[in-house]
Design a protein around this ligand. Structure first.
Ligand code: ADP
Length: 266
């Protein structure tokens, strides 16, 4: 098998997350899909695509109060709506990938992931592995899944990439978000923030102390949550974080060319 690459399309990059609007950024998705296709044709890597839920997940989860358990009829209604909305976003992503000539196959985490206390405890990956072996591209996403303690809980796109990267031995992980990497401060709030080109064991603690929790309706920890999950799961995998909205960034990153961003090697 070719080297396995895992791509994360950040919810903040592909939906109107900051405005909490249920809107997928189709033009962005189409551009990213064509960049992925170009790089894949050149490099021939195996690929899994994971996308965040952005507004489609977080807004519902907050509105229906289902981040700490699903017990009431209203919460059940919110759960059903969230699952449906995340699937809708996924269909838009899959369509964009297919439109660019990529053989994308959707996998709803609700059917293959189980959690306990908001942590993944079961993840059926056999079909994902078959799909990869056939040369196709499994597409997963942040979603609500069954939870032994809470009836249901959120599994984030970040948790999915970390789990799959470790289990399937990904060579590289690519996180396309709405800022050009990890900065000394939140670059959206503070113009003096400086990008950190490389994070390794020597500066990880310092960086995580500077990173803030998400300021949008993100219930999965934002950039800080991302870093903590990466530390737990991605030892030995190179991770690149860059701005998905910047034209050419996905192509350059996947093709191994210089891209403005943060490289993480832990
Ligand atoms: P995504 O939805 O793409 O997975 P998140 O919304 O979870 O991304 O995290 C990205 C956001 O994290 C950025 O929009 C940025 O405003 C915020 N952020 C907070 N602290 C930092 C930091 N030190 N460096 C970079 N981004 C940061």
């Amino acid at each position: 098998m070719h080297d396995l690459y895992i791509i994360k399309l950040g919810g903040s990059a592909i939906t109107e997350k900051e405005g909490n609007r249920f809107e997928a950024k189709k033009a962005v998705l189409e551009r990213i899909a064509s960049e992925i296709k170009k790089a894949k044709d050149e490099k021939g890597f195996s690929l899994i695509v994971v996308h965040g839920a952005g507004a489609f997940g977080h807004t519902n989860v907050v509105e229906y109060g289902i981040n700490n358990g699903v017990y009431t009829d209203k919460q059940e209604e919110g759960l059903a709506k969230t699952i449906k909305d995340c699937n809708f976003l996924n269909s838009v992503v899959v369509e964009a990938l297919k439109g660019a000539g990529l053989d994308a196959i959707p996998f709803d985490p609700n059917k293959i992931v189980k959690q306990d206390n908001k942590k993944i405890v079961e993840f059926e990956t056999a079909e994902i592995e078959n799909t990869l072996a056939e040369g196709n591209i499994p597409v997963l996403f942040g979603q609500m899944v069954p939870d032994k303690s809470f009836n249901a809980s959120v599994v984030s796109g970040d948790a999915i990439i970390c789990f799959l990267a470790k289990k399937l031995g990904a060579k590289k992980v690519f996180l396309g978000t709405d800022v050009a990497g990890i900065y000394t401060k939140d670059p959206k709030k503070d113009k003096s923030a400086k990008r950190i080109p490389l994070i390794d064991k020597s500066n990880f603690e310092e960086v995580i102390a500077q990173t803030e929790e998400a300021k949008t309706v993100d219930v999965t920890g934002g950039m800080k949550g991302k870093l903590e999950k990466l530390r737990e799961m991605l030892k030995g995998t190179t991770t690149l974080i860059f701005d998905a909205n910047k034209e050419g960034s996905f192509y350059k990153a996947l093709a191994g060319k210089e891209v403005e961003g943060t490289e993480i090697r832990l």
